[in-house]
Design a protein around this ligand. Sequence first.
Ligand SMILES: NC(=O)c1ccc[n+]([C@@H]2O[C@H](COP(=O)([O-])OP(=O)(O)OC[C@H]3O[C@@H](n4cnc5c(N)ncnc54)[C@H](OP(=O)(O)O)[C@@H]3O)[C@@H](O)[C@H]2O)c1
Length: 303
Amino acid sequence: MLAYAGYKQKSGEIPDFKGRVVLVTGASSGIGKQLAKDLNKNGAEVIITARRVEQLEEVKKECQFPEKIHVVQMDLANIEELTQIAKDLNNKFKIDMLINNGGISMRDEFKNLSLKMAKQMMNVNYLSVCALSRYIGEGMVARKSGHIINNVSMAGLFPVPLRTIYSASKYAVKLFSNSARAELRDSGIVVTDVFPGYVQTNISANALVGDGSAFGKIDDNISKGMKVEELSRRILHYSRKNEEQNKGKPSLFKFLFVDYSRLVVDKFYVKLAAILSCLDDDIYKFISQIKYKSQIKVMRKAQ
Ligand SMILES: NC(=O)c1ccc[n+]([C@@H]2O[C@H](COP(=O)([O-])OP(=O)(O)OC[C@H]3O[C@@H](n4cnc5c(N)ncnc54)[C@H](OP(=O)(O)O)[C@@H]3O)[C@@H](O)[C@H]2O)c1
């Protein structure tokens, strides 16, 4: 809960990633680009993915150790294709960490919404997370070790106006994570969710309006938001703390007071609202971990 509230978030360095292979989606811009650069600087071999390969090549050039960067084109909207790409990547690399970061936001009223746009957003923001976690996760499960980090959003904690589908897609990621975390813990896989508020990126310019075209402007909330360097440092610092915490036994105390599996990065009053909105979440998260084994038993008995 304290990590959830951002306790002591301001301190903490990016840990060493030497020897680790990390896959970052949406690395051609914004938060993903910064994560890729920081991971590379701190020793990781990084697979960077997005649709725009020329932007990814630029990111590679900006990295301190470009020879440890692998560029892979990936369209997160094309779920069937993702499955095959993930399998190919697992054959080529032992991926230790998957950062599901790529995504698109929304700036429009519900009444203007087209279903084509809604489908695109659900695929990119939610189903791609399921597909990559499942198929990149396959390699992790086989090795009994790995870490999946999901860049969710404050909009996945409580509803934000003009973001109907965006909020729903991010909320879906949160629930997917909560359930997967309970199951994957026994396989040695850690799941961390990050819930940022406004961050200075191209997110609003790239956000979709109802007909599926781009909003095209950086709005005031985004231009006054947190810097990507700061968010990246917090994500990498706290996700390592979550790895360390997962080595211990689950306890109600940890779930309620020092839970590093979910990191909220925003102003104090937003964090407070997040805590209130998720008090029930904490309790269900604890119960789901305990109940996981009995659910498996019930399912097997019925088969
Ligand atoms: N900025 C914020 O205020 C904020 C707050 C909370 C959460 N977030 C989350 O942070 C994540 C990163 O966003 P950002 O702020 O860094 O925005 P951004 O600068 O617009 O970057 C978005 C990234 O996602 C990739 N992407 C979008 N559609 C894709 C697709 N169909 N296939 C593959 N990649 C795709 C883009 O690459 P290509 O265009 O090259 O494909 C780009 O690299 C998103 O999931 C967003 O929801 C952002």
